[in-house]
Design a protein around this ligand. Structure first.
Ligand code: NAD
Ligand code: MG
Length: 388
């Protein structure tokens, strides 16, 4: 690819929160990035509007009913080839003209398109963490074998990736992931019994999709991110730490063996990490202004209280147990959050459902990819039916 030609991007999850931040980056860097394919689950009107604005040739809807509505409305531009279904999603991930694929769908559904894109030799920008928790071993192996880049787009992992540039892994002592502590950081544990979906889908620092916002409150999100960091950077659980940092400005730390600690700082806005991945290894002006040191502000750090955040403890335990246990953790959490948002279970029952699934599902050792997909289904089935 010549330096003047824009990088061609396929965006999975175009209508979501990461999707819309990505579109902001694309608008600011039209000379460097070109959107060639988009996918979403439903929201066909938004997807059609994206295709019109960015002149996108390939679009896929996950949901068949959304596809039928889109066909009726015929609101996609004539130049856009619209399709629907799982096979079509996988095909989009391998689009011949694409240089890079950004996976920003929510949940383990991101795993198949990610693997297909890697096998097709595409670089991957990875916002989705659940797919690594389910199939991390296979994603890392495939990326190494195919020689493609896995660019971490989750803000903490992007920060670590930036801090690690130029340092060999033997010089790294540990990674410290920052967490805002979520919306109930100052709420006493006993009051968490009354948390409603409305309360749990409001975040003080970040504007994100509903699932990850609930995960931030329970700190299941940080748990998933520990497992994500394990796969991306190859460190064992006792060299991965979490610290509560309410301002969400320092996005994680790398501690080296000589005791020096590097951090990456910027405001809590995903356009910074997304742009870094999409333009890597180049840099360009940011979409929004960065942190301003002409105004006084403080940064605070405190260790997490594991008793208050049982999901974080469960994730650490799952990572230590290995095999298919992280996959069970993830699937059970996805279903528990859906059920909480549907008002079927209470907030404090989310960790109870995860624990029940981990305790009652037998994890095979060294599971194959097929076994992992099977365990994912089994855990979802149990999480759907268990009533604590
Ligand atoms: P969201 O709910 O706002 O959007 C999800 C998108 O994925 C939507 O476009 C939806 O249509 C699409 N989608 C869902 N299931 C799909 C399927 N089966 N097939 C095709 N498309 C599907 O979610 P989000 O907050 O943007 O998060 C996306 C991912 O990025 C998650 O894994 C999340 O953990 C991660 N992430 C998000 C943020 C953030 O700031 N929002 C930050 C870091 C990491
Ligand atoms: Mg994150």
């Amino acid at each position: 690819m010549s330096n003047t030609e824009p990088k061609k991007l396929v965006l999975f999850g175009a209508t979501g929160s990461i999707g819309s931040s990505t579109l902001r980056v694309l608008r600011a860097h039209k000379d460097k990035l070109k959107l060639v394919g988009v996918a979403s689950q439903s929201r066909h009107k938004e997807l059609a509007a994206i295709c019109r604005e960015f002149d996108v040739r390939h679009a896929v809807l996950g949901s068949e009913s959304a596809y039928t509505l889109a066909r009726k409305a015929s609101n996609f531009p004539v130049g856009t080839q619209l399709s629907c279904g799982e096979a079509e999603l996988t095909e989009l991930a391998t689009l011949a003209e694409a240089d890079i694929v950004l996976i920003a769908v929510v949940g383990a559904a991101g795993l198949r398109p990610a693997l297909a894109a890697i096998e097709a030799g595409k670089d991957i920008a990875l916002a989705n963490k659940e797919l690594l928790v389910l199939g991390g071993a296979y994603v890392i192996e495939a990326a190494k074998r195919k020689g493609v880049r896995l660019l971490p787009t989750d803000s903490e992992h992007n920060a670590i990736f930036q801090c690690l540039q130029g340092y060999p892994s033997e010089q790294v002592d540990k990674l410290i992931l920052t967490s805002s502590g979520g919306q109930f950081r100052n709420t006493p544990f006993k009051d968490l019994a009354h948390v409603t979906p409305d309360m749990a889908t409001q975040h003080p620092n970040w504007s994100m999709g509903p699932k990850i916002t609930v995960d931030s409150a329970t700190m299941a999100n940080k748990g998933l991110e520990l497992i994500e960091a394990h796969w991306l950077f190859g460190l064992e659980p006792d060299r991965l730490e979490v610290v509560i940092h309410p301002q969400s400005i320092a996005h994680s730390f790398v501690q080296f063996i000589d005791g020096s600690i590097l951090a990456q700082l910027c405001p809590p806005d995903m356009t910074f990490a997304i742009q870094h991945c999409l333009l890597f290894p180049d840099r360009a002006h940011s979409v929004t202004p960065s942190t301003n040191f002409r105004k006084a502000f403080s940064l605070d750090f405190t260790p997490p209280d594991f008793a208050k955040y049982p999901c974080l403890q469960l994730a650490y335990d799952a990572l230590r147990a290995g095999n298919a246990v992280p996959a069970i953790f993830n699937a059970a959490n996805e279903v528990a959050v859906e059920r909480f948002l549907a008002k079927e279970i209470r907030y404090l029952e989310i960790p109870q459902i995860i624990e029940h699934c981990i305790t009652n599902i037998v994890s095979p050792s060294c599971p194959s990819l097929d076994q992992l997909f099977q365990i994912d289904v089994e855990a979802r089935y149990l999480a759907q039916r268990h009533n604590p």
